[in-house]
Design a binder for this molecule. Structure first.
Ligand code: FAD
Length: 318
């Protein structure tokens, strides 16, 4: 028999767990399908499990470690009666009611049903996949200038990428760092002309054209990178304290293909708060936000999704 719930929440990052707190306190006894252990951000607790200090989550004057923050979110949801299963949604059917979810194999009977579903499966940063990068993530390697720029005051750092977001991150980081080297594998940037002009006019930004990072160096913290020039074949070690990887993000939406409307970049399309194109299915957090991508905005939209789900269920008479 499937596990039948009023509300099923997919994902346990800041968005999913905030939705769980609100849904549980509304007495909806939500089931949270929290994801599976992994070495990437796609794990119970989400992206903040990969970081060290979080200094911009309101209420934590001295900052808090990412994993500790997520443990607190989870404990709070559990305290009000949210239940968790440590697995993933492997398939969904949002064309029937109640909605069906498979955490087992898609070719057997579905095992979870929800009258309402909150999708909070997040996103992941695309990474370079070079030695040292994983190990030093949160210790000098970052994917978020807004989150971590402050840690690099008066340091020399690099940003990898050539699109608008890489240039935007590099420009933002010049507020803190003494020098920001933009490392790009081609001879020219992909970023819009106006962003390029701003970058070229900024004295703190240097450029490494035709170059790729082949290794991140450092024991406990980043102290340099190995660069490879793809035209000359030359390798060089450059000393720096931080490396920002800005080569794009990918939302965790594969499982919803054909079920939910998405934007061209694969993010779930929401309207009127957290509504998707399927009545009764709501989306919150990074899975539907390619603009802000912050823990506090994810949490805020998780609250919205739970309230939207609660009102939807109430209107249905549940
Ligand atoms: C290294 C790093 C440092 C960061 N530092 C900060 C910071 O200092 N401050 C800040 O505000 N923001 C920071 N961010 C951004 C912040 O982590 C994200 O904005 C936030 O985590 C988004 O929350 P979310 O709940 O939408 O998704 P996520 O945190 O991405 O969580 C998604 C969840 O969905 C689960 N999931 C995925 N697929 C499925 C599926 N099929 N079925 C069930 N579950 C699934 C995952 O296991 C995970 O639990 C950082 C991000 C990174 C990567």
């Amino acid at each position: 028999m499937p596990d039948r719930r009023q509300v099923v929440i997919l994902g346990s990052g800041p968005a999913g767990l905030t939705a769980a707190v609100y849904a549980a306190r509304a007495n909806l006894q939500p089931l949270v399908i929290e994801g599976e252990p992994s070495s990437t951000s796609d794990q119970p607790g989400g992206q903040l499990m990969l970081t060290t200090e979080v200094e911009n989550y309101p209420g934590f004057v001295e900052g808090i470690l990412g994993p500790e923050l997520m443990t607190r979110f989870r404990d709070q949801a559990e305290r009000f009666g949210a239940e968790f299963v440590t697995t993933k949604a492997r398939a969904v059917d949002f064309s029937t009611r109640p909605f069906r979810i498979w955490t087992n194999e898609p070719d057997v009977e579905h095992d979870v049903e929800g009258q309402a579903v909150i999708v909070a499966t997040g996103a992941r940063s695309l990474m370079l996949g070079v030695p040292g990068e994983d190990r030093l993530l949160g210790h000098g390697v970052s994917t978020c200038a807004t989150c971590d720029g402050f840690f690099f005051r008066q340091q020399e750092i690099a940003v990898v990428g050539g699109g608008d977001s890489a240039v935007e991150e590099a420009l933002f980081l010049t507020r803190f760092a003494d020098k920001v080297t933009l490392v790009h594998r081609r001879k020219e940037l992909r970023a819009s002309k106006i962003m390029q002009d701003r970058a070229f006019a900024n004295e703190k930004i240097a450029f490494r054209w035709d170059s790729v990072v082949t290794e991140v160096l450092g024991e406990a913290k980043v102290d340099g990178v190995r660069l490879h020039n793809v035209v000359t074949g030359e390798d060089q070690v450059v000393s720096l304290k931080g490396l920002f990887v800005a080569i794009g993000h990918e939302p965790n939406t594969a499982v919803f293909t054909g079920q939910l409307d998405m934007l061209e970049n694969g993010y779930i399309r929401t309207r009127d708060g957290t509504k998707t194109n399927v009545e009764g299915v709501f989306a919150c957090g990074d899975v539907q936000d390619h603009v802000y991508r912050q823990a506090v905005t994810a949490a805020g939209s998780g609250c919205m999704a739970a309230i939207d789900a609660e009102r939807y269920l109430e209107a249905l008479g549940h």
